[in-house]
Design a binder for this molecule. Structure first.
Ligand code: 5GP
Ligand code: MG
Length: 178
């Protein structure tokens, strides 16, 4: 497989699509088992998670629903100075089993700021499914119940993840070349 150039940077193949699909099947099997009869509501965080969410959702054989939201980040007046709010969340989460679907947990700041908004709506349970995590970059107490891959603290593109808007349509995952 060849390197790719996205904008001004060169990326090298990192995780091939066959391996990605294999891991997704494994995660889906766990979710199928854990959520049978519970009609979980998967909530995909746009834009980055759309491909992972679609592939994961297709592998579910249980009754399940999916919805997508966008997060808007702004400087709040709270002590953290960082507030994340959901755009497009119309479902009633009360009593529902929620699975948040993310592309990548980096510092964990995004989910740390956003999870209270989910809990405020009184769901029955909340778990996170993420395509990637960078354990070395994590700054908050965020744990994903389902993680496809743990990776080093380096920038990746492809499989839904972008570099300044480009690269999301690469079927495999690529990592920034040193
Ligand atoms: P966090 O709030 O966890 O630090 O940041 C998560 C967000 O940062 C992700 O949803 C993604 O948009 C972006 N991000 C973090 N690391 C990477 C990376 O290696 N590649 C890409 N394309 N986006 C990343
Ligand atoms: Mg994101």
């Amino acid at each position: 497989m060849k390197d790719v150039t996205v904008h001004d940077k060169v990326f090298t193949p990192f995780i091939v699509k066959e391996r990605i699909q294999q891991r997704i099947s494994e995660l889906a099997a766990e979710i199928n088992k854990e959520y049978a009869g519970k009609n979980p509501l998967m909530i995909g965080i746009l834009n980055g998670s759309f491909i992972f969410a679609a592939d994961l959702f297709r592998e579910l054989t249980i009754e399940a629903e999916i919805s997508f939201i966008k997060l808007a980040s702004y400087k709040g007046t709270s002590s953290t100075g960082h507030v994340v709010t959901a755009i497009g969340m119309e479902e009633d989460l009360h009593g529902r089993h929620i699975v948040i679907v993310e592309d990548i947990i980096d510092t964990g700041t995004t989910l740390h700021s956003f999870l209270p908004e989910i809990h405020h709506r009184q769901p029955a349970s909340v778990k996170i499914a993420t395509f990637l995590t960078k354990p070395a970059a994590l700054k908050h107490d965020i744990t994903a119940a389902y993680t496809a891959f743990e990776i080093d603290n380096k920038f990746v593109v492809g499989y839904g993840l972008d570099y300044n808007g480009l690269g999301r349509n690469l079927p495999d995952l690529y990592i920034l070349k040193e």
